[in-house]
Design a protein. Structure first.
Length: 219
């Protein structure tokens, strides 16, 4: 099989990069990484060499190019069906795809007010009304998935799926800004941080030295 190359940005800040990185790790697919630092004069030109959208993440696999986080996760699921990155049951899989798509396209207020910054712990940030609504909906999703489908393990659908990859950046935001996710939500956050692949990403994020001031707005 042709080698896989995943193009990502800074681990500390790039929520979209984390998602397919986790999916590829859980798929057991070896891949090379290309890291393109954000917010530099050459950033867009460097990304365009891999991604027609000018954004990361992007995946290169031989002649195949995939340049969307959820699409890369889907591609990994097809390459490694035995990894079961989606639930096997069709009805449950439909729910997993729905919550993943909701995360992919929604929660704009949370993204804007609580930017991803793994290295920091920020106190005193009061959620706006729309951010509070985003948080409530996310906790509702987590609680429902854990209650209905989580019997087989600590993740949303028991074992790790693409849905967990999609929500992984959110758990870092909740930790960074001290968001109370309730009993079920906090247990889920703990489970994701205990995941070896997630722990590897977080460790690397702490070891990065680049600071981007606009993402340190709450410092």
């Amino acid at each position: 099989m042709d080698a896989l190359t995943l193009v990502i940005a800074n681990r500390n800040y790039s929520s979209w990069s984390l998602r397919p990185w986790l999916a590829l790790k859980h798929a057991g697919l070896p891949f090379e990484e290309v890291i393109i630092p954000l917010d530099k004069p050459e950033t867009r030109t460097a990304i365009l060499a891999y991604s027609p959208s000018g954004r990361v993440p992007a995946l290169r696999h031989g002649d195949v190019r995939v340049w969307d986080s959820l699409a890369i996760c889907e591609y990994a699921a097809e390459l490694a069906p035995n990894a079961k990155l989606w639930p096997e049951d069709r009805a449950v899989r439909a729910v997993a795809r729905s919550v993943s798509a909701e995360m992919h396209s929604g929660f704009a207020s949370l993204r804007e007010q609580m930017t991803m910054n793994i290295r920091r712990k920020v106190a005193g940030v009061v959620p706006t009304g729309s951010t509070a609504a985003d948080i409530a909906r996310i906790v509702e999703l987590w609680t429902e998935c854990r209650s209905r489908f989580g019997k087989g393990g600590p993740f949303l659908f028991g074992t790790f799926t693409i849905a967990d990859a999609m929500f992984a950046p959110v758990v870092t935001r909740f930790r960074t800004y001290g968001v109370d996710a309730g009993k079920v939500g906090e247990a889920y956050i703990d489970a994701l941080f205990a995941d070896p692949a997630m722990a590897e990403w977080v460790k690397a994020a702490h070891e990065e030295t680049l600071v981007i001031e606009k993402y340190e707005q709450h410092a």
